[in-house]
Design a protein. Sequence first.
Length: 222
Amino acid sequence: MLDLFKPKSLDALAVRYGTDKSHKAHNFAQFYDFYFSSLRDKPLRFLEIGLGRGSSLRMWRRYFKNAKLFAIEAEARRARYRFFGANVFIGRQEDREFMGAVAGEIAPLDIIVDDGSHRVDDQQNTLGFLFPFLKPGGYYILEDIHTSYPDPSADYGLLPDGSNSTHQMLLDFKKTGQFKSPHAPQEELDYLSSQVTLCEVFEHEDKSKHLTSILRKRDVVQ
């Protein structure tokens, strides 16, 4: 009987709400649960880029019951609305003026999830731009970095030689402690290099289909 009241794992919630973060698809939720299970009851400020049909947002709402949820979606009829208890802003993540206005209104944030365009240029540009809006000790999820592998069915901005790979950028940081990217200003890359204290890249057997990452900001900003 007590099992009825036991908090469901993030993966179980991902399955329930039909998001591709579950083990039935990309299998990302198990990694997020490891880092976030102790934060479930905290009054967090949480942003997800990429709303889609709202499956993952419903998952996060059930998981972080006391959080203030925000979302960014590229296309919708209304400029701003509420969806499953989240404040939703409409605009494109490559639009820095838009992103700056949103971040300035909702920051500081505890967790940011980039599940947006999946383009390597947008991933790197958004990481550099939004990381300063995280609270000290906050987390940034850079999702779907398997787009750093060639995909004949879609254009994710990957150069033929793979030199602008988001996946490789993260692996290089783990080795050197320095972020390098052709898509973000140097001052933002320097900030990332000085503030990221954790950079985990989670790889599955088929890296071209299942890759995500978690970055953590310093507890005290230097």
